[in-house]
Write a protein that binds this ligand. Structure first.
Ligand code: ADP
Length: 525
């Protein structure tokens, strides 16, 4: 586009210096986003900063923003839970209200669309008091099945209502898995029916399995989907994720290793054969983290900000502050190992509980942050009360404390049984905190094992899911930390320099979107 010049305006003779300046500014301008762009609708059960319980919330926030930088228009559709902070609720504007026919017997529910925009991404919150008035994203399946049938259908109805027809409907986890199914059944002849669909597996353990009559009632899906290749599972159950995976035009999961693992019986959660059948349309793309939120240089939640150059010094200050806050002995020479996690079976906490007594010799300290299963919460509380000053267990969800642990700890534990991608090891590396991880899923793809011979690698790893191997990995880390600080600082530096941003992965998603061409015939409608 040429700029319009008024008649009175005269071309000004520019000095060489000015031209140089212009040339420089042109040079430093970010490259124009690659053409053509795509319209993407994101559907998922959580999204930071409105509601977050784990990594899905981070991805739903960060990936749309990264895609926007690549020229995509992105709209994020979410349930309007009561637990969304009032400050956000107040800034939402009403975009419309209508009745949504939901159930097999024609029962309808009112739904409202409430919208807000942040940094160029539009968020549409789908509101219904009966389904989302109770607060948190996940309750029990008896409640969650109806509310996520409602959510998937309401999202498609909202896109039609708003007349914002995406090229790709990017759905996340089982809670949004019926959307690709509706797209090719009940909504096939509606405007949104032109879109292609992508379903991303963030965690295959949760699939939305419930008895068939209940799912058929709430979803109102046609009976011919009651087929073992689609909705049916076992003798009398329906599996919402399985059906979504069958209907989706593309399946992604959050690391290449997890994409391969879930096609095996051990990791497949009963869907390995189904995934092998659909593997032709499945890809693994590793997650990134939002480096504007997770940035040790600018993080206002930590005691001292730092970059690569002053990390060794400033991390000590952060460690002191963390030790003080958590009631740990304030001694910067002690290695401090952090863990920030949901406290569930998945996270390898049984291994950790088994070896912790052996590690508690008064030198290395531990800072645990998490909530979850009672047995782990109790075990960590017990360790804390028996080893005050050496172990701290914060059994709560606390974003600021999480930041302080990432910044103040020396090493970070992720000994998971399975880990689709894992964000905590990425955040830890970004903060120069050395990960100790099991070689599974995204942990394997993102943490290069330390090789003492060549002095290379990002962290300490172990392969089989066995407590002695975890113990060995921690001992190897201690060895380098206590005996060869120069090498340790080298690992810290490599971790901080590692690219864990969304940049690369967002490009891969965009490439996939470009291959998913909307139905051209319908597109012309
Ligand atoms: P998952 O999605 O399986 O829970 P991820 O590693 O993908 O695991 O993501 C976990 C995210 O949740 C990270 O951003 C982590 O910092 C955060 N998190 C987990 N537990 C807590 C907690 N108790 N307090 C604060 N943040 C937490």
């Amino acid at each position: 586009m040429t700029a319009r010049r008024s008649k009175t305006e005269r071309p000004v003779k520019k000095s060489a210096a000015v031209y140089k300046k212009v040339a420089l500014s042109l040079k430093s301008k970010p490259a124009a986003p690659p053409e053509p762009s795509r319209r993407i609708a994101f559907l998922g059960a959580e999204c930071y900063p409105f509601v977050k319980t784990g990594g899905l919330g981070d991805v739903m926030y960060a990936l749309p923003r990264a895609l926007r930088g690549l020229g995509c228009a992105v709209r994020v559709l979410l349930p309007c839970y009561r637990c969304i902070p009032e400050a956000y609720r107040e800034s939402m504007r009403d975009r419309g209200e209508f009745m949504l026919e939901l159930c097999a017997d024609g029962r309808s529910y009112p739904m409202g669309i409430r919208e807000l925009e942040r940094d160029g991404v539009v968020y549409d919150f789908l509101d219904n008091e009966e389904f989302f008035g109770c607060g948190n994203p996940y309750t029990d399946l008896a409640r969650d099945i109806p509310r996520y049938c409602f959510f998937s259908k309401a999202a498609l109805a909202a896109l039609n209502y708003l007349d914002w027809i995406p090229d790709v409907l990017h759905c996340h986890d089982w809670q949004a898995a019926l959307a690709p199914v509706y797209l090719r059944t009940l909504f096939a002849e509606t405007p949104v029916g032109r879109a292609k669909s992508m379903l991303t597996i963030h965690n295959l353990r949760f699939q939305g399995i419930h008895n068939l009559p209940t799912v058929l009632y709430w979803s109102a899906l046609p009976y011919h989907l009651v087929d073992y290749r689609l909705l049916k599972q076992g003798y009398a159950d329906a599996n919402m994720f399985k059906c979504g995976l069958a209907f989706a035009d593309s399946i992604t999961t959050v690391s290449e290793t997890y994409a391969a693992e879930i096609q095996t019986e051990f990791y497949g959660e009963g869907l390995d054969a189904h995934l092998r059948f659909h593997s032709w349309k499945m890809r693994g793309i590793v997650n990134g983290i939002d480096t504007s939120i997770w940035n040790s240089r600018t993080d206002r939640l930590i005691a001292a900000t730092y970059g690569e150059a002053d990390a060794p010094d400033k991390k000590k200050r952060n460690k002191r502050a963390l030790q003080e806050r958590l009631g740990l002995e304030q001694d910067e020479s002690k290695m401090l190992i952090g863990l920030v996690s949901r406290l569930t079976d998945q996270k390898g906490l049984d291994l950790l509980s088994a070896i912790l007594p052996e590690l508690l010799d008064g030198s290395t300290q531990f800072a645990f942050l998490g909530t979850g299963e009672a047995r782990y919460e109790e075990a960590f509380r017990r360790f804390e009360s028996e080893h005050r000053g050496t172990v701290s267990a914060s059994i709560l969800y606390d974003e600021p404390l999480a930041h302080q642990i990432y910044a103040g700890a020396d090493a970070f534990l992720v000994p998971s049984l399975f880990e689709p991608c894992g964000l905590t090891q990425l955040i830890a590396m970004r903060y120069g905190t050395v990960p100790i991880v099991r070689e599974t899923g995204g942990l394997k793809d993102t943490v290069l094992p330390y090789d003492a011979g060549n002095d290379t690698g990002n962290g300490f790893t172990f392969d089989r899911y066995e407590a002695p191997l975890l113990l060995d990995a921690i001992r190897r880390a201690e060895e380098v930390y206590y005996r060869d600080r120069e090498r340790w600082d080298g690992i810290v530096l490599r971790d901080m320099e590692k690219d864990v941003s969304w940049e690369n992965s967002a490009r891969q998603y965009r490439e996939l979107y470009l291959h998913l061409r909307p139905e051209e015939a319908l597109a012309e409608k």
